[in-house]
Every structure is written in C-alpha cells, then in structure tokens.
Design a protein around this ligand. Structure first.
Ligand SMILES: Cc1cc2nc3c(=O)[nH]c(=O)nc-3n(C[C@H](O)[C@H](O)[C@H](O)COP(=O)(O)O)c2cc1C
Length: 205
C-alpha cells in the first residue's frame, strides 16, 4: 500500500505539516509507504484550458504536476491537507489539483481519498468540502473520521494543542489503511465495477 500525500501549506513545519505527521505516524506503524509532496512557496500556475492534455495525456506546463500524475497513478490512496485561506483551500494547491486531476489519464477509481483543512478559526468545512470534490468526481471512496476533518492553530505548532483534531487525523489514517486494504482484496476477488461509456452533456444538446 502506498499513499500520495499533498501538503498545501507554503510554511515548512506549519500546522498542516504537524497534522499530517499524526497520519504518517499511523502509516509507519501499519507498514504503509507514502510520498509526501509539500507545495511550499513555489507558485503553481492554474489550468489554461488549452486542451493539450486531451491529446497528450499530460499537462503542457513544465512543473511538478506531471511527476505527481505518475505518483497518483501508482498510489492506493491520496491524502490532501491544506491551510484555510479566506475560507478556501490554498490557491496554489487548488491550481495544482485542478491540473493534476484534469490532465492525468490514470484510472483513479477506488483509490481512497482523504482531506484535511487547517485554520486559525473558520472556513475548515468549506475547504474540506472543496477538497473532497476532487475525489467524488473521480469514483474515489473517501475515508472519513469522527468530525469534518479539521485542525486549529495560527502560529506554527499551535495545532499541537488541538487534541481532538490530532486524534481525528489518526482515526482517518487508520480508516484509510483499512479501506485501501479492503479494496485491494475486493478488487482481487470481484474486480472493479463495470464502467459505462461516459455520457458527457452540458444541457444544451
Ligand atoms: C492569506 C491567509 C488567509 C487566511 N485565511 C484564514 C481563514 O479564512 N480562516 C482562518 O481561520 N484562518 C485563516 N488563515 C490562517 C491559517 O489558516 C492558519 O494560520 C493555519 O494554521 C496555517 O497553516 P500552516 O501553518 O500549515 O501554513 C489565513 C492565513 C493566511 C496567510
């Protein structure tokens, strides 16, 4: 089992990293490997809607997205965590996820998704919903926890005092491991669900 982890915070050693550590400790104990990618202070350009990926199966822009697409193809689960900026996920992370999900040709079905949002005070549920939308448009089941996955703190490390948030991160990580293992068994025994040809309409024709 392997998990691709995306940390959408530009701050190294920030609260999002601290929350993710709670999850990676679980993965370490369970023998689950992971690739941890931090967006850091790199600017990530948004999708240009150029359509290059339709014909080439990769994004035209030369940054980390295409390498992450290979990791996404190989993983069993995707864990995305973001600080909340103005009630939303970090803009660079959203730009990266738009391009990653849109341009990558891999089959994402039954890869387990989980998302966390970290804030000083508010906006976590909106950011959480926003991040979950990438999973639910891709036939990816979601590992959930005991709350809508959040953590609270402003200055670096303050989230360490959020006992419930950290505990929930451990719960989600354990549920993610269980789901990934169960899906691997189910895939072996039953195969993936039958796929219909996509009906792709936009209401005017
Ligand atoms: C540009 C910006 C916008 C922010 N907007 C919000 C917000 O809408 N709600 C909130 O509670 N905290 C907000 N914060 C605070 C961060 O979410 C908070 O400090 C969080 O712990 C940062 O996570 P990190 O340490 O992983 O970077 C904002 C911070 C920045 C820099």
């Amino acid at each position: 089992m392997n998990v691709l982890i995306l940390n959408g915070s530009p701050r190294s050693g920030g609260n999002t990293a601290r929350l993710l550590k709670e999850a990676t400790d679980v993965f370490d104990r369970e023998g689950v490997t992971y690739d941890l990618y931090s967006i850091g202070s790199r600017g990530v350009r948004g999708c240009m809607a150029c359509g290059y990926c339709h014909t080439h199966g990769a994004c035209v822009l030369k940054d980390d997205v295409n390498a992450l697409a290979d990791k996404l193809a190989a993983c069993d689960g995707l864990l995305v965590a973001s600080p909340v900026y103005y009630g939303s996920a970090n803009g660079s992370l959203v730009a990266l996820l738009d391009r990653l999900f849109y341009s990558s040709p891999c089959d994402k079905r039954m890869k387990v998704g989980a998302a966390f949002a970290v804030a000083r005070r508010a906006g976590t549920t909106a950011a959480f919903d926003e991040l979950n939308k990438y999973f639910t448009i891709s036939q990816m089941p979601i590992a959930s926890g005991r709350y809508w996955n959040n953590g609270f703190g402003r200055e670096k490390g303050e989230i360490s005092a959020d006992e419930e948030g950290l505990q929930n991160a451990r719960v989600v990580a354990r549920n993610m491991v269980f789901l990934m293992r169960s899906i691997a068994l189910g895939r072996e025994r039953y195969g993936l669900p039958e796929q219909e040809e996509t009906a792709f309409t936009h209401f005017v024709r």
